[in-house]
Design a protein around this ligand. Structure first.
Ligand SMILES: Cc1cc2nc3c(=O)[nH]c(=O)nc-3n(C[C@H](O)[C@H](O)[C@H](O)COP(=O)(O)OP(=O)(O)OC[C@H]3O[C@@H](n4cnc5c(N)ncnc54)[C@H](O)[C@@H]3O)c2cc1C
Length: 449
């Protein structure tokens, strides 16, 4: 039986786990590192290139972000770009695409105009594009018909850019993070695949014993669980985060056969439902075919396109009357109720395409049912966290840090963009707890502007 001891052990080999693996190996004097991954390879779940929207959400066209929020996200999102540039990954796994936030109708047009004025100082490369400019940049969003003879009836405007890195294969980036981590240090940096962690136990000497399904056991001075929805599952087993439940929201896509869009077209978001508005963009892993989505459907399992995890869902939902109250409050809101119902219908065969196309026509008015097919095998699960104390759906990421040498992270969208920023936060906690050195000057030089 394997029984090794490590300074730091990370559970989960998605983009969050590998980002932390990299930062610890490259910028600290950690003496040994281990990463345990349940499946046969890194990033086979939500960080896989085809599971998410491949977008670096920097905050310039994310209309649900305030200026304050965008200032913070800009710093961490840039770390993704900086990492890729540092290792020459541009045009291999990271690409520049045109991107825009599109306003449709009077109200949204005013919104985009005002937002552009507010955000142009933080993002000086942003441009405001009127119909004439959009006819050239993204003609299919301007015209009502396929022949491009008739303009759509509503006024439109967009704020956007075509000079920035926008798109990343986060699966490939996870692999690169792990590879560079192993190259960066001479100390042990072990990665064990097909190793599902079932329990973590804190021992009397304050270190942790990590138990695996195959009977293996490892010990560590510090453990970080970056296992997506399963982070909360493992936290609950240790008695942490009992005030939280997890609601897995599956996101699917529809794909066109032909090239429809030149770049990423995002819509104005509803603040009650961040990242819920559909977008369209060329998929870098599907020969640039245009992909529309994602949808949002509650799934009674924690992992998409993998066997099982139904029971894990029931346990992690942590169902009680607080959860009922959260659902009740959500469903009282007609916007949310309609959104949930509509997204359910998007998955029902025979009617799904017809309904979906109606929504996607807000982006491309001439899009028809015959143009799109359900993108089988694409999409993933966003582990949304329910806060039972506050009786609210938490819209962003959640981290449980009892400050005793273990951290659990849950990372719904846009968790891939913030992977290196979240790892920076955890690196600080780890070096403080273990009394390690952190070469912060080099870290900031390499990864921030
Ligand atoms: C439809 C959709 C679109 C999205 N679009 C974007 C986007 O455009 N931009 C963006 O920034 N983010 C986006 N996201 C969010 C992003 O994909 C996630 O935030 C990110 O991938 C989370 O990474 P992770 O490493 O935390 O989790 P995951 O990628 O889920 O990785 C968790 C890892 O832990 C492993 N694991 C689980 N349990 C165990 C265990 N018990 N033992 C060992 N290992 C275990 C899993 O096998 C997996 O490898 C999107 C998500 C979805 C679903």
């Amino acid at each position: 039986m394997k029984h090794k001891h490590y300074d730091v052990l990370i559970v989960g080999g998605g983009i969050s786990g590998t980002a932390l693996f990299y930062e610890l190996a490259k910028y600290t004097d950690v003496q040994s590192l281990c990463l345990l991954e349940k499946y046969e390879a890194l990033a086979t779940l939500n960080s896989k290139g085809t599971s998410n929207s491949q977008t670096i959400h920097i905050g310039d066209i994310e209309t649900n972000y305030t200026l304050e929020k965008a200032t913070i996200t800009k710093r961490t999102a840039k770390m993704v770009e900086k990492f890729c540039l540092q290792y020459g990954l541009q045009d291999k796994i990271m690409f520049k695409h045109q991107k825009m936030a599109l306003g449709v109708g009077e109200k949204e047009v005013h919104f985009i105009e005002n937002r552009y004025e507010e955000f142009k100082a933080l993002f000086p490369y942003l441009e405001l594009w009127d119909v004439e400019k959009l006819k050239v940049l993204e003609p299919k969003i301007v015209y009502q018909d396929k022949a491009q003879t008739k303009l759509r009836p509503e006024p439109i405007i967009a704020m956007g850019t075509n000079t920035q890195y926008t798109t990343v294969d986060y699966g490939a980036m996870s692999e690169s993070l792990a590879e560079q981590a192993q190259k960066a240090t001479g100390v042990p940096t072990d990665i064990f695949y097909d190793t599902q962690v079932t329990d973590v136990i804190q021992k009397e000497d304050k270190t942790f014993e990590v138990l695996c399904k195959d009977g293996a056991a490892y010990t560590a001075n510090f453990v970080v669980v970056n296992a997506g929805a399963h982070s909360l599952f493992l936290a609950h087993r240790m008695g942490y985060g009992k005030h939280m439940g997890c609601l897995p929201m599956a996101g699917s896509f529809y794909m066109t056969e032909d090239h429809f869009l030149n770049g990423k077209v995002y819509m104005v978001q509803n603040n009650k439902l961040p990242f819920a508005a559909l977008h369209g963009d060329p998929d870098i892993l599907a020969e640039g075919k245009t992909r529309f989505g994602p949808t949002a459907l509650m799934l009674p399992k924690l992992e998409r396109y993998k066997k099982g995890t139904y029971l894990d869902f029931i346990k992690t939902l942590n169902f009680d009357f607080h959860i009922v109250k959260i659902f009740w409050d959500l469903f009282k809101d007609s916007d949310i109720r309609n959104y949930v119902f509509k997204n359910f219908l998007f998955e029902v065969p025979l009617i799904n395409k017809k309904l979906f196309v109606q929504d996607a026509q807000k982006i491309v008015p001439s899009l028809s049912v015959d143009d799109i097919t359900y993108a089988q095998g694409f999409g993933g699960v966003r582990p949304q966290v329910l806060d039972k104390e506050k009786e609210k759906l938490m819209l962003g990421e959640a981290s449980i840090n009892p400050e005793n040498g273990i951290i659990f992270n849950m990372t719904p969208s846009p968790g891939a963009t913030s992977c290196l920023g979240n790892a920076e936060r955890d690196t600080h906690a780890i070096v403080k707890h273990l009394g390690l050195k952190f070469d912060e000057a080099q870290f900031l030089k390499d990864l921030t502007e």
